[in-house]
Design a protein around this ligand. Structure first.
Ligand SMILES: Nc1nc2c(ncn2[C@@H]2O[C@H](COP(=O)(O)OP(=O)(O)OP(=O)(O)O)[C@@H](O)[C@H]2O)c(=O)[nH]1
Ligand SMILES: [Mg+2]
Length: 312
């Protein structure tokens, strides 16, 4: 009998959840960066093997903070847990667990779902590895506890197979050639955000979001363009896509940094984004990318709800 299950990926910011998802999927499904709190939405990555299908829900890093925006991220973690048949707990083995890590363990324990633990970043030869494994075993009863490296793809297949074991029996939810359910619009915004984060300092990443303002195909086919997955192969799609996007920041000083001297930085972000888009979309894309200031957007509930809230 085939397996099919939803698996929530839970862990602290920067534990390597999204990197691990990409390693397991073998596709770049979720954006990653060294800045904590990169992931903001529960992003789905789908893995198919002869044994069955796993639908991973990558979540924002679980973070103890009272900021308004963080409440949305926490809710997203809880919603993913509610939807899940099992939990993949990712822990960064290069950091000794503290208060926040123990809070994550508590949260996971409370779910009563089967747990697989990925002890990540073992490529860094973490000195506290044995201690961390001991702490996990003392606090959780994981069905699997596996040392991995998302960066070097160590033990990824073992982890994947162990997670499949935890999934219930069932038929696949998605066609086998799907590896994500994100809309092209969402993925474009994420790609631009990743490239912007990679090119600015520590504080700006949290202050920016990307707005895809306009998308238009030429030649147009009456506006009813199919953007359903799986996308057509490039040779089957002679269409051109024109996209206008804004990188939104909170202050004009941040806008200045993103634009750069004579527009150098925004140009780099645009070119790198196009390069990344070319790898996953079948269309020839023209990107009009600008920076705009949206003061205090992180305090505005309607926007936060629209971007990071529940779907309905
Ligand atoms: N050395 C090493 N670095 C890793 C590994 N996995 C991830 N990283 C790095 O850790 C940083 C965070 O990775 P992400 O995958 O974005 O982490 P995340 O848990 O999704 O973070 P949030 O979305 O912010 O919660 C990035 O700089 C990754 O390159 C690993 O196995 N080894
Ligand atoms: Mg992430």
């Amino acid at each position: 009998m085939m397996k099919c299950g939803f698996v929530a990926i839970i862990g602290r910011p920067s534990a390597g959840k999204s990197s691990l998802l990409n390693a397991i999927c073998g596709e770049k499904t979720a954006i990653t960066s060294p800045i904590p709190q990169t992931t903001r939405n529960a992003v789905r990555g789908i893995v198919n093997t002869p044994a069955g299908q796993i639908i991973f829900l990558d979540t924002p890093g679980y973070h103890l903070s009272d900021k308004k925006i963080n409440g949305y991220f926490k809710d997203s973690v809880l919603r993913s847990i509610n939807e899940a048949d099992a939990v993949l707990y990712v822990i960064d083995a290069s950091r000794l667990p503290g208060r926040e890590e123990f809070a994550v363990m508590e949260l996971i324990k409370k779910t009563r779902l089967p747990i697989a633990v990925a002890v990540n970043k073992t490529d860094l030869q973490p000195p506290h590895l044995a201690e961390i494994r001991g702490l996990i075993l003392a606090r959780l009863q994981p069905a699997a506890l596996i040392n991995v490296s998302a960066l070097q793809s160590l033990n990824i297949r073992e982890l994947r197979d162990a997670i499949m074991e935890l999934c219930p029996e069932g038929l696949p939810h998605y066609p086998p050639d799907c590896y994500t359910d994100q809309t092209p619009e969402f993925r474009m915004a994420e790609i631009i955000r990743e490239q912007a984060i990679a090119r600015c300092g520590q504080e700006i990443p949290h202050a920016l979001y990307v707005d895809i303002a306009d998308m238009e195909f030429t030649p147009s086919h009456g506006g009813n363009e199919s953007m359903e997955y799986p996308l057509a192969a490039p040779e089957l799609s002679p269409k051109k896509l024109w996209v206008r996007a804004f990188i939104m920041v909170e202050r004009s000083s941040q806008a200045g940094i993103l634009v750069g001297h004579r527009g150098e930085r925004i140009r780099e972000i645009r070119i790198a984004s196009l390069r990344a888009m070319k790898k996953i979309f079948p269309w020839k894309i023209t990107l009009d990318l600008r920076v705009k200031v949206h003061p205090k957007w992180r305090k505005k509930d309607p926007l936060l709800k629209q971007m990071y809230g529940a779907e309905d």
